[in-house]
Design a protein around this ligand. Structure first.
Ligand code: DAH
Length: 347
């Protein structure tokens, strides 16, 4: 074997040994680099006589092509190996079961609210929504709530570090009752100067806030306010509307309603509404579900209406309480902890 054939062999052997692209480039330099073995052979040509230069030159060129071919082949082989490795690492097992993406469901309080809206909607009640940050006037004064009423005290109501036009602290509404005034005022304004005004018939469900927290009280809770004002709306309408609502809500006629005398500044007379199931696990116990009453003449006046002409009733019920009774939940806090083991039962 002549020296050139040997050189080709050793180049092929070295390339074959290179296991990384960097190794391969180093091996290449040893043959084809500036002072590589093939380059040195080329330099040696200069000293040869013309005839020999030609044949030897052609042979060296052939060698060079051979080495380059070997180099390219090895380069490709390394690339292929690398790709193979990568494909193996990223291999997908298409036979694996897919990842489950659970479907959500409405929160039980949302469900209860939607039920309430649908039931009152069927009785011709509008549904209204209003601010949760209220002025002192809407939360208290307009509702005929005297300055010394306990609902105004610092222990009960969350105050916002900002004052209204009257220089009084804004508050997180402690009940939905401000919506009585807001809705009725807008209604009265819309029909001002007209001979007759359509009746006000509205519910206002929403979040309310009080400084209170235990198994049956949460600092954020939900109420639904109801208001029906017209020229001839009496307590008997309150009774029939509420009975209709409560039997529809619980899907049973096997329950009783009781009005217990009470006091609220914005109603006169005032009552607490209790219900009693005649069957089921809560059978025979009176459960308080709502405050209610005939709207106080001063509140009618604050709505922008004439109390000599307009009369009606209002109520404010705890939605969380109703939802607890309907779904058999014994701790209010479960509604607001966001525990999926609890929430997913309502899907
Ligand atoms: N706002 C009262 C409360 O939160 C509930 C209430 C009682 C609302 C009587 C009314 C009502 O509209 O007439 O305790």
């Amino acid at each position: 074997m002549n020296d050139l054939a040997q050189l080709l062999q050793s180049a092929q052997a070295e390339f074959a040994q290179a296991s990384t692209p960097a190794d391969l480039e180093n091996a290449k330099a040893r043959f084809l680099g500036k002072s590589g073995q093939v380059t040195e052979l080329m330099k040696g040509l200069a000293a040869l006589p013309v005839e020999e230069k030609k044949t030897r030159g052609a042979e060296i060129n052939q060698l060079k092509q051979g080495i380059e071919a070997a180099l390219n082949a090895r380069r490709q082989a390394l690339l292929d190996a690398e790709l193979e490795k990568q494909l193996k690492a990223e291999a997908l097992d298409v036979s694996l079961p897919g990842r489950q993406r659970g479907t959500g469901g409405l929160h039980p309080i949302t469900r209860a609210m939607e039920r309430i809206e649908a039931i009152f909607g069927s009785m011709g009640f509008d549904v209204a929504d209003g601010p949760e940050i209220e002025t002192d006037w809407f939360s208290f004064s307009s509702l005929n709530n005297p300055e010394n009423h306990p609902a105004r005290s610092m222990q009960d109501t969350f105050y916002v570090d900002m004052k209204d036009e009257g220089g009084r602290w804004f508050n997180l509404r402690p009940h939905t009752s401000p919506m009585q005034i807001r809705y009725a005022q807008a209604h009265a304004k819309r029909y001002a100067g007209q001979e007759t005004m359509p009746e006000i018939r509205v519910i206002a469900p929403g979040r309310t806030y009080r400084v209170d927290s235990d198994a049956t009280h949460s600092p954020m809770f939900h109420q639904v306010e109801g208001l029906w004002v017209g020229e001839n709306i009496s307590f008997k309408d309150l009774k029939s509307v509420y009975l209709n609502f409560i039997t529809a809500f619980f899907e049973t006629d096997a329950l009783q309603l009781r009005f217990r005398p009470s006091y609220f500044p914005f109603t006169e007379p005032s009552a607490e509404i209790d219900i009693m199931f005649e069957t089921g696990p809560l059978k025979g116990r009176w459960l308080e579900v709502s405050g209610a009453g005939q709207v106080h003449p001063q509140v009618i006046r604050n709505m922008g209406l004439d109390p000599e002409r307009y009369i009606g009733f209002a109520f404010g019920s705890g939605i969380d309480r109703l939802a607890m009774l309907r779904y058999g939940v014994n701790d209010l806090r479960l509604f607001f902890e966001g525990d999926l083991r609890f929430l997913s039962q309502f899907k």
